[in-house]
Design a protein around this ligand. Structure first.
Ligand code: IPE
Ligand code: IPE
Ligand code: MG
Length: 249
């Protein structure tokens, strides 16, 4: 593990890593257990990866915890996930604060049950002044929901004569996204062997490097994170240019 860690070039770390934490259900099923058992064990991975990112000095970590579409899962799973969310935040907020980690949430908070929203608001408030890792939880989030919301809010500003159509540029759009103030992720990791985006950060991932691993989320640990970062550091990010153009004279 330490050998992997030493291989990482600390000067070229991604500032922002985004993760689709997938595979909890299958992990549990493979052990003959209920899906909620998988979610429960996924929390240990969250703890481990948050710690790993903080130790490395990654500035932003976005974790996809619950999508807009996940509301359509069986009720017992949705309720179980909400309860797990609340109990985890309650348990972890002190440690986040102690480690100078600032919590953020992105998503449709109106969809969350009152008791979950209240718990989250408290945790946001407690960690507000922290200056270390920014931990962004995507909860009741989807990229299409976010973009639709942004379009509606921009249209409203135009209607109120606070913005003209000519003024709208990419910076304007960025400002109306939930992630305004955060840089775009350079690295997006998805666990459990699925090769799709599933409505995650559709706008922000435009030039992210995508990393897929078969490891199920409850088994994902720091060393898997290091492997992903090393893979990322071996890529050539061209942003539409040619390789030759990237060579600095
Ligand atoms: C990811 O694991 C966690 C959430 C979506 C909340 P899944 O629950 O999607 O697990 P699989 O993909 O069914 O194995
Ligand atoms: C994406 O995983 C959402 C989260 C990890 C929170 P899903 O398991 O819901 O995505 P699909 O259904 O496989 O695309
Ligand atoms: Mg899944």
């Amino acid at each position: 593990m330490s050998q992997l860690l030493e291989t990482i070039d600390k000067n070229r770390l991604p500032r922002h890593i985004a993760i689709i934490m997938d595979g909890n259900g299958r992990w549990a099923k493979e052990k003959g257990e209920d899906r909620l058992y998988g979610h429960f064990h996924g929390v240990e991975s969250v703890r481990n990866i948050v710690e790993g990112c903080a130790e490395l000095g990654v500035e932003y970590l976005t974790l996809y915890a619950f999508s807009t579409e996940n509301w359509d899962r069986p009720e017992y799973e949705v309720v179980g996930l909400m309860e797990l969310l609340v109990s985890t935040i309650r348990k972890e907020v002190e440690s986040l604060d102690r480690n100078n980690i600032r919590l953020h949430v992105i998503g449709d908070m109106n969809m969350l049950p009152d008791y979950a929203r209240k718990e989250l608001d408290e945790a946001l408030e407690i960690t507000r002044a922290n200056t270390g890792l920014n931990l962004i939880m995507a909860l009741s989030y989807s990229g299409r929901w976010e973009l639709l919301n942004a379009v509606k809010n921009i249209a409203w500003e135009v209607k109120q004569n606070r913005l003209s159509v000519e003024e709208i540029d990419q910076d304007t759009l960025q400002k109306f996204l939930c992630t305004s103030g955060f840089p775009d992720p350079e690295l997006m990791i998805r666990t459990s062997g699925e090769y799709r985006i599933s409505n995650f950060l559709l706008y922000q991932l435009a030039y992210a490097e995508l990393y897929f691993t078969n490891v199920r989320w409850p088994d994902f640990r720091k060393e898997n994170l290091y492997e992903a970062i090393i893979d990322y550091q071996n890529r050539e990010r061209r942003f539409g240019k040619t390789s030759e153009q990237l060579v600095t004279p």
